[in-house]
Design a protein around this ligand. Structure first.
Ligand code: COA
Ligand code: AMP
Length: 634
């Protein structure tokens, strides 16, 4: 095996992190070099590149303009739902971002201020993130499919000085007005942002609130361009909220220096992508995949990135992805397996592929949820390119395990995201903190320190950072996933150890849904579990016990509960199934047996725990699930 082989690269990353990441950092422009690559002065809050000064936006845009890529395309916006294609060269994108940065500055936004971005998939969403990075404001993008209530929670936690939003988004054929959701969220929140910049889209113009709302285009037209502000490598770049075990989301904090170094490094080493390549992450800027692989990594690398406002199916058909790949010369596509399941369902033979020239297409990367072998094989057979499953999470910003194509293409084992990525010392621990032998399931952890680019803490909540990730096994980061390493060192992700579920590649908390159901006046207690779904991976199913004396029609209550979750969490929760039961199965100490309920829903063999209070309740649960059509395919 060559010196550049996976084993050698991986070993070096673990044994000599200073040398390894120090070298990777040479690929960026630093205003001031770092004092230390790895800084463990304030354990367990490890930092990377302390003392270094840089600007992420400069490295993502200005540097390329200066180094000869001014006329190269930086971003292509393809929106089948509005029949639009817009293209921006690096120079044009840099100038747009500089002006938007100037507009934010003119509205009083300063270094360190938070800015919430609540936007559909339009190029202005990318500009918004980069403009914040340019002036040192900390952005927090909230996914458009979340309801006003979720947005309000994030406004109260991040306390933004400004919000950047748009009048509407387009979901297939439906126009979703964003502005009423934003107005409602600001009404609900205790913290009031001073200014909202609103991008008016012609599909639905929004009413602007006097003195608070500013027309985006007017603000940009009037603003002088902003220069890149020098920032400490350890300054926060963004906060991204993600589901935890409660309704209160966790604000993952990312820094400038480590993030830029790691993400740029991943482009060649994991994705085997070079500057000038067209790279498409078919996700949304509201998710971590969008942050890392629509915005930061491809632009840091000097690629052309795609912003796609459409779906894999229905916009207009199951050939949508192939059309985009062919039309724009996409070499690498990154999406969630659910997108491929959706395509496969509509076009099982892949007949649409024949209509397009995919000769430039090189690789498909999948992540966000477990990739079933059927989907992987289907994609590989139809596309005839490597299909790479890789595993990561909002907290890490980049892959924890992958087949690192730019280092060495290892044999694929369908169902496994291959081996730990350089920088991640993955260990499987049992509940007592002992290392599990190969093949034995346990909690998947990463021996500290985590590599650069991963979360540095939770916003305003160092304690929750420690209790959520570090306290379970001192010296290790708890990923929240359970699984094992096989005898070849391949990682197998089997399940979550908390109540996070994965619906169409979207990470959701059943705990948050339970909080919403419990707030209904007729509900005494409830449980939500994620049942296996052939298309979306998992689908939430609610079980509710009504308060004594509630006599209203059950169907009416169930409809209200479904509406409740849609209104409080958002359509993205895809909460469409609930059933009313007399009691919930519990242990004698009162713990709800969600795991057992999930197994019943999935039609998986289960053994009722010895501590179960009353095994007969499981029969009622089984019957209720049958009525809802579970287990699917039974
Ligand atoms: N703004 C407003 N609403 C949104 C939204 C947004 N940005 N994104 C999704 N929604 C809505 C959808 O319209 C849908 O509403 P509905 O219940 O009224 O139909 C609901 O939220 C659920 O959305 P989703 O789970 O995405 O289901 P879908 O049926 O619309 O699409 C897929 C299913 C598989 C086609 C789609 O999820 C997909 O393309 N996923 C793969 C790519 C991806 O996004 N991965 C995420 C991380 S990599
Ligand atoms: P998110 O933070 O939304 O990216 O979700 C992260 C979670 O999604 C992980 O902790 C896993 O549970 C799951 N996940 C992501 N990628 C994969 C994968 N390739 N295989 C299995 N599970 C995955």
């Amino acid at each position: 095996m060559s010196q550049r082989g996976y084993a050698a690269v991986y070993r070096r990353s673990i044994e000599d992190p200073n040398g390894f990441w120090g070298e990777a950092a040479e690929d960026l422009y630093w205003e001031r070099r770092w004092d230390k690559v790895f800084d463990d002065a304030n354990k367990p809050f490890y930092r990377w590149f302390s003392g270094g000064v840089l600007n992420t936006c400069f490295n993502a845009l200005d540097l390329h303009v200066e180094q000869g890529r001014a006329e190269q395309l930086a971003l292509i916006f393809d929106s089948p739902v509005t029949q639009t294609v817009r293209r921006f060269t690096y120079q044009q994108l840099r100038d747009e971002v500089a002006r938007l940065g100037g507009a934010l500055t003119a509205q009083g936004v300063e270094k360190g201020d938070r800015v919430i971005i609540y936007m559909p998939m339009v190029p202005e969403a990318v500009m918004a993130m980069l403009a914040c990075a340019r002036i040192g404001a900390i952005h927090s993008v909230v996914f458009g499919g979340f309801a006003a209530n979720e947005l309000a929670t994030r406004i109260d936690d991040a306390k933004p000085r400004a919000v950047l939003s748009a009048s509407c988004g387009i979901e297939g054929t439906r126009i979703i007005e964003y502005k009423p959701l934003l107005d409602a969220a600001i009404d609900m929140a205790s913290h009031k942002p001073e200014k909202c910049l609103i991008l008016q889209r012609p599909q639905a113009e929004a009413m602007l609130v006097a003195r608070r709302d500013v027309d985006w285009l007017e603000a940009v037209a009037a603003a002088p361009p902003a220069e890149c502000v020098p920032l400490a490598a350890t300054d926060p770049l963004y906060i991204l909220y993600t589901s935890g075990t409660t309704g209160q989301p966790k604000g993952v904090v990312r820094d400038h220096g480590g993030h830029a170094v790691a993400l740029k490094w991943t482009m060649k080493n994991i994705y085997n992508v070079d500057a000038g390549d067209v790279y498409w992450a078919a996700s949304d800027v509201g998710w971590v995949v969008g942050h890392s692989y629509i915005v930061y990594a491809p632009l840091l690398k000097g690629c052309t990135t795609m912003v796609y406002e459409g779906k894999p199916v229905g916009t207009p058909d199951a050939g949508a992805f192939w059309r985009v790949i062919a039309q724009h010369g996409v070499q690498t596509l990154f999406t969630a397996p659910t997108a491929f399941r959706a395509i496969k369902r509509e076009d099982p033979t892949g007949s649409y592929l024949a209509k397009y020239d995919l000769s430039r297409f090189k690789t498909l990367f999948l992540a966000g949820e477990r990739c079933d072998s059927d989907t992987l094989n289907w994609a590989q057979q139809r596309l005839k390119v490597p299909v790479i499953d890789h595993w990561w999470q909002t907290e890490t910003a980049w892959a924890i395990a992958a087949n690192c194509l730019g280092i060495e293409y290892l044999p694929v084992k369908p169902g496994s995201p291959t081996k730990p990525a350089p920088g991640y010392d993955v260990r499987i621990l049992d509940g007592m903190g002992n290392m599990q032998p190969a093949g034995e399931m346990g909690d998947i952890t990463v021996k500290l320190p985590l590599p650069p680019g991963t979360l540095v803490t939770l916003w305003n909540n160092d304690e929750r950072f420690k209790s959520s990730y570090l306290d379970a096994y001192p010296g290790y980061y708890l990923t929240g996933d359970a699984g094992y390493l096989d005898e070849d060192g391949y990682v197998w992700i089997m399940s979550r150890i908390d109540d996070v579920i994965n619906v169409a590649g979207h990470r959701l908390s059943t705990g948050a849904m339970e909080e919403v159901l419990a707030s209904h006046p007729d509900v005494a207690e409830c449980a939500v579990v994620g049942a296996a779904d052939a298309m979306k991976g998992q689908i939430p199913v609610g079980f509710v016990v009504l308060k004594a004396g509630v006599e209203r029609p059950r169907a009416e209550i169930i409809n209200e509960l479904i509406q409740f979750v849609r209104e409080k969490i958002g359509p993205v929760a895809a909460f469409k199934q609930a059933t009313i039961v007399n009691r919930l199965p519990k242990t004698r100490s009162g713990k709800i047996l969600r795991g057992t309920m999930q197994k019943i829903a999935d039609g998986v063999a289960y053994k009722a725990p010895a501590t179960i209070d009353d095994p007969a309740i499981l029969d009622e649960i089984t019957e209720s699930l049958h009525e809802l059509g579970y287990p699917k395919g039974a």
